[in-house]
Design a protein around this ligand. Structure first.
Ligand SMILES: Nc1nc2c(ncn2[C@@H]2O[C@H](COP(=O)(O)OP(=O)(O)OP(=O)(O)O)[C@@H](O)[C@H]2O)c(=O)[nH]1
Ligand SMILES: [Mg+2]
Ligand SMILES: [Zn+2]
Length: 296
């Protein structure tokens, strides 16, 4: 019997696949986790007990750095957010909701625009113009698969876990298959009537990518934001956080306060009106303590 440490790369009905120095071993979790209400997650760094008869047990989960998404992935270094130009339609509101969510969770995001080949040149130019704004406020944006393919290898550091995120049908599995030829993830056409994906990917799975790992995940668009502390919300809109240094009151929430620099910049057009509108919508959601129906 000997012990080894590794990373959970997949979970299937009570079994956990653990990558130990590049070799994947199937394990069972010890009952002790259930007792402690501790559920192993993909991305977890774990200790495994290997015995001679081929019975492998997961015996310990090392403390997590973070835990994001639904279903959850542990120890995420960065999120690669996939936003489609169409099918499902491009939406700054949804984009702002994702960005707010991950900012709240304390994890960095890069944005990849998919399906650029399915829209007209005019439409694409319009979307790129919008995304330029997000670039200006500090997000890294990739507007083609080629660009992503060229630059991502330099960004994913050794042993880092990156995770794809975004709506069902946005193209997460498609881009993963392109980035990592061995992934072979199933992809599925979207329902054009509903402008929605069909939830083709059902579970989180990690794939080797360069010296790090990249997770494919099931799509989700219902982003719960109502648990955010309302006075913290302005911090998650990066350009608001910067602009608030010019507000008269240090605790300015950028609503009705006099001398508000954020509102001034919105009026002048250097902060996008849609960002401010989405900020107000999320505030209302927090006040109502529930997600709006149309976002479910
Ligand atoms: N033309 C075109 N089609 C794409 C592109 N990216 C994805 N698709 C198609 O869009 C559909 C959905 O892609 P998937 O990769 O399955 O989407 P997903 O984000 O993994 O969806 P879920 O697994 O349901 O969360 C598939 O039919 C893909 O072939 C793209 O850049 N261009
Ligand atoms: Mg998928
Ligand atoms: Zn203000």
């Amino acid at each position: 019997m000997k012990n080894a440490t590794g990373t959970i790369v997949g979970a299937i009905s009570g079994y956990y696949d653990v990558d130990i120095d590049g070799k994947v071993i199937r394990t069972r979790a010890r009952g002790v986790f259930r007792g402690r209400k501790q559920k192993p997650l993909v991305g977890d760094k774990v200790e495994v007990q290997l015995d001679d008869k081929g019975m492998n047990y997961l015996v310990k989960i090392f403390p997590r750095e973070n835990e994001i998404g639904r279903p959850a992935v542990a120890n995420v270094a960065q999120v690669l957010l996939v936003i489609s130009a169409i099918e499902p339609d491009f939406s700054t509101e949804l984009l702002d909701r994702y960005l707010t969510f991950f900012s709240w969770q304390g994890v960095g995001v890069e944005i990849y625009l998919s399906k650029t080949d399915l829209v007209s040149e005019e439409k694409l130019a319009e979307i790129k113009q919008v995304l330029r704004y997000y670039q200006e406020i500090g997000y890294t944006v990739f507007t083609s698969a080629k660009e992503l393919e060229e630059r991502l290898p330099d960004l994913v550091q050794k042993d880092e876990v990156w995770t794809l995120a975004g709506q069902s049908g946005a193209g997460k599995s498609t881009i993963l298959n392109r980035l990592e030829k061995d992934a072979n993830q199933e992809t599925g056409a979207i329902s054009t009537a509903l402008n929605r994906g069909k939830h083709t990917t059902r579970k989180v799975q990690l794939f080797n990518y360069g010296e790090g790992l990249l997770a494919d995940t099931p799509g989700f668009s219902a982003v719960d934001l109502y648990k955010i502390k309302i006075d913290q919300l302005p911090n998650y809109f990066y350009e608001f956080a910067t602009a608030s240094k010019g507000c008269k009151f240090r605790s300015c929430q950028h609503i009705h306060e006099p001398g508000c620099n954020v509102k001034k910049l919105v009026a002048e057009g250097s902060i996008r009106q849609s960002r401010y509108d989405d900020y107000l919508k999320i505030r209302h959601e927090i006040e109502d303590n529930r997600m709006p129906e149309y976002m479910k």
